[in-house]
Write a protein that binds this ligand. Structure first.
Ligand SMILES: C[S@@+](CC[C@H](N)C(=O)[O-])C[C@H]1O[C@@H](n2cnc3c(N)ncnc32)[C@H](O)[C@@H]1O
Length: 292
């Protein structure tokens, strides 16, 4: 099972716990800063637009948000469907505590996929957004069966995933096959963030470099390119180093500002999609339902 406690292994429970411990609401490089990161705001708005345009819910329905993190998405869903009961689950208890403190509206519970603590046919709508790829192959299938079992007949599910041809995340085909294995697909959407992702990675590198220099940490070679490592060495030289640090501090502020802009990923996604849909595709969203 991929939820073993391996702090350095991508997607494990301990990996997420470390990221949650490092949460810093003032730093947009902080992984769980979903509230103010421009890309996260853009992604949240896109999900809300997709729900508003495609899913009509009657008052009194129940909604499950799987992998709710800081609860930003669950909270936005509460605002969209004020007469629904919304529940968010996540396997990191510190995130559940934070989410419950930050948002009064949805209920948040600790639960680790592939298992779920609910009775079959409990929910009218389930959101499985950017979460299932963290599970190993077997657990992904198990979790998918369990989640679909929680849907009422006629209930809807929204699935989103980053796409990387199945290296870590899903491929377009594996995402569609997973969903179509049990549910009836209604609509599929794509997003084109390749240019934005490249740009934001460079901005994050600048901020990380500045933070490392400030805290005098040694740099993580996997995260910093040789050029950035060289800059780090130069900052140790008197006078030149001071000027460079000042320049880096200004650049880092500008980078933080850019990472907070919601319109930047929105515009770059439109441009990337127009340039080449097939080359720049990075994300999939699927709306599906369970037959009555
Ligand atoms: C990338 S975040 C996505 C958050 C949210 N769904 C969204 O779209 O904004 C992934 C979340 O899934 C949670 N997660 C990962 N594996 C999980 C598992 N096996 N069980 C429950 N939660 C899990 C993580 O703790 C993290 O909060």
């Amino acid at each position: 099972m991929k939820n073993d406690c391996q702090k350095d292994e991508w997607g494990t429970r301990c990996w997420f716990e470390t990221l949650a411990d490092q949460f810093d609401k003032k730093n947009l490089v902080s992984y769980f800063n979903h509230a103010t990161k421009g890309y996260e705001i853009y992604r949240r708005h896109k999900v809300i637009e997709l729900l508003r345009d495609n899913i009509d819910l009657v008052p009194g329905v129940t909604i499950l948000d799987v992998g709710s993190a800081m609860g930003e998405m669950s909270n936005a869903v509460c605002s969209l469907y004020p007469q629904a009961t919304v529940v968010g689950i996540d396997f990191i208890s510190s995130l559940i505590k934070l989410a419950s403190t930050m948002h009064r509206q949805p209920a948040f519970l600790v639960a680790a996929l592939p298992h779920t603590p609910f009775k079959r046919q409990t929910f009218d709508l389930i959101l499985a957004l950017e979460v299932l790829y963290y599970l190993g192959d077997e657990d992904r299938i198990k979790a998918w069966h369990n989640l679909c079992g929680l849907l009422k007949p006629g209930g809807k599910l929204v699935f989103t995933s980053f796409l990387d041809n199945g290296k870590r995340y899903f491929s377009r085909e594996s995402a569609i096959n997973l969903v179509a294995g049990i549910l009836e697909i209604e609509r599929i959407f794509f997003d084109y963030n390749r240019v934005f992702n490249f740009f934001s990675r460079q901005l994050e590198r600048i901020i990380r470099l500045k933070d490392s220099i400030d805290s005098n940490q040694s740099l993580d070679p996997q995260r910093i390119s040789p050029i950035f490592r060289a800059i780090f060495m130069v900052t140790k030289i008197p006078v030149i180093g001071t000027g460079l640090r000042l320049g880096l501090a200004i650049l880092s502020k500008a980078a933080q500002y850019c990472l907070g802009l919601e319109w930047l990923p929105r515009i770059l996604s439109i441009i990337s999609g127009k340039l080449s849909k097939s080359k720049n595709i990075t994300n999939i969203a699927i709306i599906a339902h369970k037959n009555k």
